[in-house]
Design a protein around this ligand. Structure first.
Ligand SMILES: [Ca+2]
Ligand SMILES: [Ca+2]
Ligand SMILES: [Ca+2]
Length: 141
């Protein structure tokens, strides 16, 4: 299974993420870094990811997001997109969207407090939807 690994880092030590790293993996195997073109296309994605405040101090990589879509029928529209927020090899929390009626829109959004502000509410759903939307711009190419 192919996934995008997203790592945010606070390299300047200001308490907020300032650096984003994007890597592709296939079944735990590192494939490659995102190309300049992909980095450009994921710019908005990165802005949304920073809002989740799931980042590392300095050049750490423990905290990251693994994002992937599931499309068992290979019909061009994924059945679901999953977000696994990792702390090392453990999944700290998850989110997912599902297209239940195969119309290309995700009516089912499952998430907790993805932006780590202590509240699980509509804003978290908005963030998940935004991450999925931007991610699929790349995934559908
Ligand atoms: Ca589909
Ligand atoms: Ca749907
Ligand atoms: Ca929240």
């Amino acid at each position: 299974m192919r996934f995008l690994k997203v790592i945010a880092q606070d390299r300047s030590g200001k308490g907020v993420a300032d650096t984003l790293r994007l890597q592709f993996f296939q079944d735990e195997q590192w494939l490659r870094e995102a190309t300049d073109d992909e980095v450009l296309r994921l710019k908005t994605f990165g802005a949304h990811y920073f809002k989740c405040r799931w980042f590392n101090d300095g050049e750490g990589e423990e905290r990251h997001l693994r994002m992937f879509s599931l499309n068992p029928t290979a019909d061009g529209s994924p059945d679901s997109v999953r977000l696994h927020f990792h702390e090392g090899s453990n999944i700290a929390y998850k989110a997912a969207v599902h297209d239940l009626d195969n119309d290309g829109a995700f009516e089912n959004v499952l998430c907790t407090d993805v932006d780590n502000d202590g509240r699980a509410n509509r804003t978290d759903r908005t963030r998940v939807n935004a991450l999925v939307r931007e991610y699929l711009k790349l995934d559908r190419q």
